[in-house]
Ligand binder design. Sequence first.
Ligand SMILES: [Fe+2]
Ligand SMILES: [Fe+2]
Length: 188
Amino acid sequence: MIIEQIKNEILLLNKKYIDESEDGYDFWNNHIKYVVEEAMYLAETHNADKEIVELAALLHDVALMAKVGTKADHHKNGEIIAGELLNKYGYPEYRIEQVQGCIFNHRSSSYATNIEELCVADADILAHFDNISSAFILGATKFNFTKPEEFMEWFQKDYEDLSDVTKISFQERYNNIMSVLFGDLWEE
Ligand SMILES: [Fe+2]
Ligand SMILES: [Fe+2]
């Protein structure tokens, strides 16, 4: 129930962002849906609280989607907006705080203070590797990358930011992806 309600809120916000913002970025199809998918997979393997993880995955970038504040503080604004949305649907306060923790700490697995936060932080990174073309478009348009090296370093940094346990389970796939994308540049 609460999952559907929050998903609907996010889809509405996504449509509004596409219609009204300059870049027309489709957060849902390029990023959020993959984060949710990866987060649910990690929640299953780590025996985490799935409802908390799914809500946080849906809401983790809500401040960017709602165009509140800057990218640098989207974790803080996201925490506030998520609290308001969950409160609107009568979600219990102590559960809201758990979701908020995942949002506040989603920018790196090293910030995670519990397993739910770790699932969301790692899923945010893994989502980039699920949708490489979008990652390239983002790198080229938002970060002005022009050289393969720049993209490669970006992916490497992403991988380094994963938790140790996810690094191990993702390593083989990561090596395959990197060698397909960057060839000799990667294998040297
Ligand atoms: Fe984010
Ligand atoms: Fe994200």
